[in-house]
Design a protein around this ligand. Sequence first.
Ligand SMILES: Nc1ncnc2c1ncn2[C@@H]1O[C@H](COP(=O)(O)OP(=O)(O)O)[C@@H](O)[C@H]1O
Ligand SMILES: [Mg+2]
Length: 472
Amino acid sequence: MTLNTSKATAQQLKTQAVNAALVNISGRQRMLSQRAAMFSLMLANSRSPEEHQNLKLQLRHVVDLMESAHESLIYGNDELNLPKQKSAAITAIYFDAPFNVDQQIRAYLATVRSFFQLPETEITPTNSFLRRITDEASGRLLPALDAVVAQYQRENETAQVENKQQQLKLYQERCVAAEKAQKSAARAQETLVALQKAQVQLIQAEKMSSLGQMVAGIAHEINNPANFIHGNLPHVKRYVEAIGNCLKLYGKHYPSPNDEIQAYIQEIELDFITEDLEKTLASIDLGTDRIRDIVLSLRNFSRMDESERKSVDIHKGIDNTLLILRHRLKQQSYRPAIEIVREFGYLPHVECYSGQLNQVVMNILSNAIDALEDEFQNHPNTQKRLHIKICTEAYADGVVIKILDNGTGMSLETQHRIFDPFFTTKEVGKGTGMGMAISYQLISEKHNGTIECFSTEGEGTTFVIKLPNDPA
Ligand SMILES: Nc1ncnc2c1ncn2[C@@H]1O[C@H](COP(=O)(O)OP(=O)(O)O)[C@@H](O)[C@H]1O
Ligand SMILES: [Mg+2]
């Protein structure tokens, strides 16, 4: 392509130079013919011998110049960029009637030479050579030379038009090639992005399926013993009640037991035990309830690989996720507790992959917790209460979930790159840079929704997820 272009350009430059030379030199011939006539007239009318000498020199020069230019125009001259080849039109003007330019010029030059070479006495205004010169110069020769110039000009113009067309063609070809190159570059970029996405998805699918299996396994293992406890508690309650009643009966019928029994009753504070036992049992009951809740959320959460969309209660999903994260939200030795503010609106059930949605919420909440911890570490004396606010509301076409934190916030650069795979600002081992990339993919591709991030450094971050009712 480049080679062709430069070749064509060199050829075009050559043609341009040749055409310019033809127009210039043929135009100069016209001018020289007039100058020869003028000098001849001046010579005839001048009385000064010095001027005579000078004008004769000038005339010789003009005639020589015209003659050599004429030869060059006819036979070509590489130095002057004049070609040997001529168009049929030019050949006709030079050699055929009505112009016969070749013949005319040769005759004219011969006449001028004859005139200025005459003996001084014959160089007069009435000399017949001079008359021929002036007649020719303003008569037949002028239109003939004009015809040559005009024809050369025409040919030059045609060449220029062709040149322009050629350039246009080349330019168009170049545009087409550039567009092609651009398209294939874009295609390569698309392929790269698709590959990256596929890779992220693969890694994530792998991670989630093993995590899901593990979570499901643990949930199952905890569930069994928790069920024993929960299932046996009513019996324990009944047995304890029976034993208590029995003790009361003993007390009623044997109001004064022997010293050993009395001492023991005092030692173990029997009254307190019987009173506290009931509370203890109630709290065991509560504890097993809570274990069952956690197990349920773990199970829900581990349903990542669900292949079907289902009508989902989003609030339940968020609460499950919060439950799983409870240990991270609690007060730690190095920071106060993180407060959760729920502002749930009325939401219709939404068609979605609940496991995936939980995962997105989990990713955002984990990042928020990290940002809050960092914020506290940077400003341990801060008065601000670390909190995460989760708001939900329905809108015409779907639901909006907003998750706000008052943690560190993000720089503009981080905001621009937050959804890039493998982008992380966290230290090795803590951040993978996958959370937001995956969340973006799950929301935009799997749910046809949008996820946006708004953040101010030092103030906090808000994520806004929109899920359409009809994700298809
Ligand atoms: N709530 C947030 N507050 C401040 N920065 C955040 C928040 N969420 C995400 N980020 C920034 O976005 C980056 C990418 O997040 P993510 O994809 O989850 O990867 P990771 O958490 O493994 O670093 C984080 O490293 C962090 O710099
Ligand atoms: Mg993360």
